[in-house]
Ligand binder design. Structure first.
Ligand code: AQP
Length: 334
C-alpha cells in the first residue's frame, strides 16, 4: 500500500475548514492507504501558547480524528512531540535550507506581521519542521488543503536539496511526496469575510463553525454570517465570495452535486437559504459529535491509542533519521 501523512496543529477548536479541507479527505481515502496522522503540537508553540491547554487540545484533535471516522485498522495516530526524530531532523533541515526560502513563505509573512517585534524564530523555521514531519515517514502523498501547498513545495525542495548535496549513489536519500488536494472544500472561507480562509486564529468566533459547536451555536453563526443584497444565489462569482463559499459549504455538507445545488438555489434569497445550510451543517456534525462524546468518555482509551501510535511512528521515523544522518556524515550512536 502507498503511504499518506498529514496533521493538524492543536492551536484551538477544529473548524469546518480543518474538517472539509483535511480530515474528511483522510477518511475517504483511508481504505487505500497506510495513513500516518499526527497532532502537530511542536508547531502549535510557534505562536504564543497557553501551556494549560496545549495537551488537552492535542487530545481533543486526536479524538476528533477518530470521531470523524479515522479507523485504527488503516491509520496510525500519534503526537508529534512524542517522536523526537521530528525535532532532530528539523534541525538538520534548518542547516541546509537557504534563509530566503523561509522568508518567502506566505504564512510566515502573514503571521509575523500580526506579531510584530515579538515574532519568534520558530515561526520562520516552521517549514523545516514541517518538511521533517513529512519526510520522516517517506509518504507517497500528503493530503492537505490548498493553503498548505506552498509549504509542501518547500518540503520537496528541501528533500531535493538534501538528495543533491549528499547522495553518493544513484538512489536519492529521500523520496519526494506529492500533494493531494481535493477540489471541493479545499478552501473554506471565513463566515465574516469570504475572501479570507476560515482559521482557528481568527479573533472572531463568528468567523468559523467549530466541529464541536452545538446546534444553537451553528444557528446563531449562520444567522449572523456575512451575505450580500443580491437576489438569487450562484457559484463562482468573484464579486460574491460569500455566496460562493456558503453554497459550496451547503453542497459539500449535504453531499450533493454542484448542478443540483445550483438549480435548487438559483432563485433563493438568503432568508430561504440559511436554514438549509444550518440544517445540513447540524446533520453533518451531529454523528461526529456523538462519537466524540463516546470516545472521550471511555477511560484510558485515547491514551492507549496515542501510546501505540507513537511507538509505531517512532520506529519508522528513526530509520529515516538514521539514513539522513549517515548521508550527512554523522557517526551513528553505538
Ligand atoms: N479554511 C480552510 N479550508 C480548507 N482547509 C483548511 N485547513 C485549515 N484551514 C482550512 C486544513 O487543515 C489542515 C490543518 O491545518 P492546521 O491547523 O495545521 O494549520 P492551518 O492551516 O494554519 O489552520 P488554521 O485553522 O488556519 O490554524 P491557525 O489559525 O492556528 O493557523 C491543513 O491540511 C489545512 O490545509
Amino acid at each position: 500500500k502507498q503511504r499518506v501523512l498529514s496533521g493538524i496543529q492543536p492551536t484551538g477548536e477544529l473548524h469546518l475548514g480543518n474538517y472539509l479541507g483535511a480530515i474528511r479527505n483522510w477518511v475517504d481515502i483511508q481504505q487505500d492507504y497506510d495513513s500516518y496522522l499526527f497532532m502537530a503540537d511542536l508547531h502549535a508553540i510557534t505562536v504564543p501558547h497557553d501551556p494549560s491547554t496545549l495537551g488537552e487540545n492535542a487530545r481533543k484533535v486526536a479524538a476528533l480524528y477518530l470521531a470523524s471516522g479515522i479507523s485504527l485498522e488503516h491509520a496510525t495516530i500519534f503526537l508529534q512531540s512524542h517522536v523526537s526524530a521530528h525535532s532532530e531532523l528539523a534541525w538538520l533541515f534548518t542547516c541546509i535550507t537557504p534563509l530566503n526560502w523561509l522568508e518567502d513563505m506566505i504564512q510566515f509573512k502573514e503571521k509575523s506581521v500580526k506579531q510584530g517585534e515579538n515574532v519568534g524564530a520558530g515561526l520562520l523555521i516552521y517549514p523545516a519542521l514541517m518538511a521533517a514531519d513529512i519526510l520522516l515517514y517517506e509518504p507517497d502523498k500528503v493530503p492537505v488543503g490548498e493553503d498548505q501547498k506552498q509549504h509542501l513545495e518547500l518540503t520537496r525542495d528541501i528533500a531535493a536539496r538534501l538528495n543533491y548535496q549528499f547522495s553518493t549513489e544513484e538512489k536519492p536519500i529521500l523520496k519526494l511526496p506529492d500533494p493531494m488536494i481535493r477540489k471541493e472544500g479545499a478552501r473554506v472561507m471565513s463566515l465574516t469575510d469570504g475572501t479570507r480562509k476560515m482559521s482557528k486564529s481568527d479573533p472572531s468566533e463568528l468567523s468559523r463553525i467549530n466541529m464541536l459547536d452545538s446546534p444553537d451555536e451553528i444557528r446563531r453563526k449562520i444567522k449572523r454570517c456575512k451575505t450580500d443584497s443580491v437576489r438569487g444565489l450562484w457559484f463562482d462569482d468573484v464579486d460574491r465570495p460569500e455566496c460562493n463559499n456558503l453554497l459550496t459549504l451547503y453542497m459539500v455538507l449535504s453531499n450533493q452535486r454542484k448542478e443540483t445545488v445550483a438549480a435548487e438555489c438559483a432563485d433563493m434569497g438568503w432568508g430561504q437559504f440559511k436554514p438549509l445550510l444550518t440544517e445540513a451543517t447540524i446533520a453533518a456534525l451531529e454523528p461526529i459529535q456523538e462519537k466524540y462524546r463516546n470516545i472521550t468518555a471511555e477511560p484510558g482509551y485515547l491514551d492507549s491509542v496515542l501510546q501505540q501510535g507513537s511507538e509505531k511512528a517512532a520506529a519508522l521515523a528513526h530509520q529515516t533519521l538514521a539514513k539522513v544522518k549517515q548521508a550527512m556524515g554523522f557517526t551513528l550512536p553505538f
